[in-house]
Design a protein around this ligand. Sequence first.
Ligand SMILES: Nc1ncnc2c1ncn2[C@@H]1O[C@H](COP(=O)(O)OP(=O)(O)OP(=O)(O)O)[C@@H](O)[C@H]1O
Ligand SMILES: [Mg+2]
Length: 234
Amino acid sequence: MLKVEGITVCYGQIPALRNVSLTVEEGELVTLIGANGAGKTTTLRAISGLLPLASGRITFEGREIGNAAPRTVLALGVAHCPEGRRVFPHLTVRENLEMGAYLRRDHQAVAQDMERLFHRFPRLKERLNQPAGTMSGGEQQMLAIARALMSRPKIVLFDEPSLGLAPNLVERTFEIVSDIRREGTTVLMVEQNAYAALDMCDRAYLLESGQVMEQGTGQAMLANDHIQRAYLGG
Ligand SMILES: Nc1ncnc2c1ncn2[C@@H]1O[C@H](COP(=O)(O)OP(=O)(O)OP(=O)(O)O)[C@@H](O)[C@H]1O
Ligand SMILES: [Mg+2]
């Protein structure tokens, strides 16, 4: 479904990704793990059209999307739930959710989708008219996830959805990600919490210094010596 083939991405002259390749098949939950600065966010931003490729190719359902405009990528069904709960702080919860659906013209279905999301995120319904920036960190994270779903994506790119949340919310967030996949949406998730990420995914990639160093099924990655020593404290 999603194919990243040998991409190099630079900030100025400095490469942040070197010859990175990965694939995500329809229905899979794939995770990308790695230390701070490894290039995880850069990878998701390149897929979303937010960063240009210096070389390589990205295709989604057979269409080339490397260097495409972000709205083009979104329109094809790729939603990005960014790092650090990037909600629009001055817009209300409702306006943030509407922004997630801004390319859709099926307004009735948008309203229905919003109602449906409130079953999963009841707090958002209570806070519909509150400026998003005044919500708690956990509430903003839920809003960021809900906003990404409002585009009815085929695949969601999650960038560290559990970052900075209390343990019970971390667990809840992973449950939500698993639910989203179970309901048929493909997921590519970046996570620092390597154990949880590897345990819940189908396949995973390890990035180190902008390169893919290991890849395999979640279980194989959990059993990998290098990963155990460097990322699982084993
Ligand atoms: N806007 C930027 N300008 C210059 N360098 C950048 C920029 N954004 C990221 N980098 C560099 O690119 C490299 C990869 O950064 P990236 O944000 O992709 O890492 P990451 O794996 O997401 O890390 P983290 O776990 O801390 O979020 C880092 O060395 C970072 O300093
Ligand atoms: Mg990052």
